[in-house]
Structures are given as structure tokens and as C-alpha cells.
Design a protein around this ligand. Structure first.
Ligand code: SF4
Ligand code: SF4
Length: 305
């Protein structure tokens, strides 16, 4: 198919920037490469996905996102900065930075829908917005779209900007001129491997069953596996990003929905332990933290040092 002129890609980047997108990259829709698929299949076969059984479904879409939108020609990958300007005190139970403000699913989806409307109005065709809901290997597509590389900690690292970014994608039948695939890797760093409190990073893979982020958010058991120690990580874990040298470059987000509320920042161990369903709902109704429910948060509290 014929591609739109590259000026259209530049226009799209400007429109995205007005919606708070820090970086936008474009890839042409194609089959995911065999090496990536093989690595993923091995990770699943080893059980490293824990109880996240949804990761073992929809393999056709993981292979080619075209299954989500007939005639899809381009994958547009957008990165939204969430690095906070204000932080919790270090001595209170810690929430991962990504959960400080409003749930990114809502914020990113709203903004990408506006960008998708813009694409349809200016360039025609159809679009589909994906924010963590469709089985798209988003970091793979971010690399294909030239945004950065996938670090040993499995995060997308955008050189010069770091890794505290939410990713969202727009599939479109419009054929935008693609960016060049990003080439680069972590080199011999290994800081995240050495610092991971769960020793979850091995052979370039994360074993979710050992990862505090998985255990505190995704794991649904009444109690955590024997021997689990959460340190001070109540909801999620940022250690493998905090130690990453690429994050020395990060700057606070200016997306106000991602800013923490005063109520959130004032939480300490006692006030968390005293949360009622009403207080939990008032604090976290629009937050990613609602995923664990109050019950999950209380379970985690029992495993803090
Ligand atoms: S989120 Fe925490 S526990 Fe999980 S891999 Fe990173 S450092 Fe390890
Ligand atoms: S800490 Fe080092 S090894 Fe880990 S993701 Fe960052 S650059 Fe890569």
C-alpha cells in the first residue's frame, strides 16, 4: 500500500504532543519476529507468568496486531511520562510511582481516543486504541517504532528520558511512514539484577512469581507464598527502575492527573491499616490501586517489615 508523506507523521507527533505525549513512534504492521515469540513462549512454558493466565491466550494477536483491526497498516506507539514531582515519605509503606495519581488506563485512553479521532478526521480510515487491554506486546512495538529498547528489567527505556512512561497504542488503517527500529541494549550494566529485592530478574527475564510487583498487585491468594518478604513495598515495586542509570535523566510529568493527592501522600502505616471500605473507595476509586481491592492491600500490609 502507498504510504502517507512523512510530513503527516510529523503533524501527528505535534498533535500528540499537545495531548501530553512525550514521544510518539510509528511502526508498520507486520508479524512479530520469531525470536521474540520464542522467548515469550519459553517464558510462559517455564510458568514465569504466575497466575496471569490471560498472558497465555490470544497468541494470534500477539503474533500480529492486525487481528484487532482488519486492514491495520500502522501501529502508533505513544509514551506518557508519569514520573512524579512529589513523593511519599520514605518511611511509610510504598506505592509504585505509576499508581500515585489517576488510573493511567482512563487518562491514557481518553487522550489516545482524541488522537485517534484526529487521525480519522485528517487521514481517514479506521482506528483502534489499545491501553493494556488488548494483547499487544507493547514494548516490542515500542522498539519497532523507534522509541527505545527493552531493558533487562523488562521496561521500555527511552534513552535520554528514562523508563517511567505509560505506553498506549493506536492501530490505524492509515499507512504512516514508519520510524526506524531502535537498536541498543543495556550493555554490561546489571544494576537492576543486583538490586531486585525478589531476585526475580534472571537470564534477561522476569520471573513474576518472585517479583514484588506481581505479588502485591496481580497475585490473588489469601496469603502470599511462604517466605515472601515485601520490605516496605505495599503496592508494586520501583527498585529496578530506581537503580537504572537511564532514569537519572527523568523529569517530573506535567500531566496533572498523574499527580498524587494530599490524602494519598499523607498515608502512613496506621492510616492504611485503618482504611474502611468507604475511605479506600474515596481515595482509590480512580486509581490503579483499586485493582488489589482493600482486601489485597490489607494482605500486603501483613508482609511488610
Ligand atoms: S519490580 Fe521489584 S521485584 Fe519486580 S523485578 Fe523489578 S525490582 Fe524486582
Ligand atoms: S539497570 Fe542497567 S541492566 Fe537494568 S534495565 Fe537499567 S540499564 Fe539495563
Amino acid at each position: 500500500m502507498s504510504l502517507l508523506p512523512s510530513t503527516c507523521s510529523e503533524e501527528l507527533r505535534e498533535a500528540a504532543s499537545r495531548l501530553g505525549v512525550s514521544r510518539l513512534g510509528i511502526a508498520s504492521v507486520h508479524d512479530v519476529d520469531e525470536e521474540q515469540l520464542k522467548r515469550y513462549e519459553e517464558w510462559i512454558a517455564e510458568g514465569c507468568h504466575g497466575e496471569m493466565s490471560y498472558l497465555d491466550r490470544y497468541h494470534d494477536v500477539r503474533r500480529n496486531p492486525g487481528g484487532l483491526l482488519p486492514g491495520a497498516a500502522s501501529v502508533i506507539v505513544c509514551a506518557f511520562n508519569y514520573f512524579p514531582a512529589l513523593f511519599q515519605r520514605g518511611d511509610v509503606p510504598q506505592f509504585a510511582y505509576y499508581s500515585y495519581g489517576k488510573d493511567y488506563h482512563e487518562v491514557v485512553r481518553d487522550r489516545l481516543r482524541k488522537l485517534a479521532c484526529h487521525i480519522e478526521e485528517l487521514y481517514g480510515g479506521e482506528t483502534r486504541v489499545c491501553v493494556d487491554t488488548a494483547p499487544i506486546p507493547e514494548r516490542y512495538w515500542a522498539v519497532e517504532a523507534g522509541l527505545g529498547f527493552r531493558g533487562v528489567n523488562s521496561q521500555l527505556i527511552i534513552p535520554g528520558m528514562g523508563s517511567y512512561f505509560f505506553l498506549g497504542e493506536i492501530l490505524t488503517t492509515a499507512g504512516f511512514a514508519p520510524d526506524a527500529r531502535f537498536k541498543g541494549d543495556c550493555g554490561s550494566c546489571g544494576a537492576c539484577v543486583r538490586s531486585c529485592p525478589g531476585s526475580a530478574i534472571k537470564d534477561g527475564k522476569i520471573d513474576a512469581r518472585r517479583c514484588l510487583s506481581y505479588l502485591t498487585i496481580e497475585y490473588r491468594g489469601e496469603s502470599l507464598p511462604e517466605g515472601t518478604s515485601l520490605g516496605n513495598h505495599l503496592y508494586g515495586c520501583d527498585v529496578c527502575q530506581q537503580v537504572c542509570p537511564h532514569n537519572r535523566a527523568c523529569v517530573p510529568t506535567d500531566i496533572e492527573e498523574f499527580a498524587p493527592s494530599e490524602g494519598f501522600l499523607s498515608l502512613d502505616r496506621d492510616s492504611i491499616a485503618g482504611l474502611t471500605p468507604e475511605k479506600f473507595s474515596a481515595l482509590f476509586r480512580h486509581s490503579a490501586v483499586k485493582r488489589t481491592k482493600l482486601k489485597g492491600l490489607m494482605r500486603n500490609l501483613d508482609y511488610l517489615d
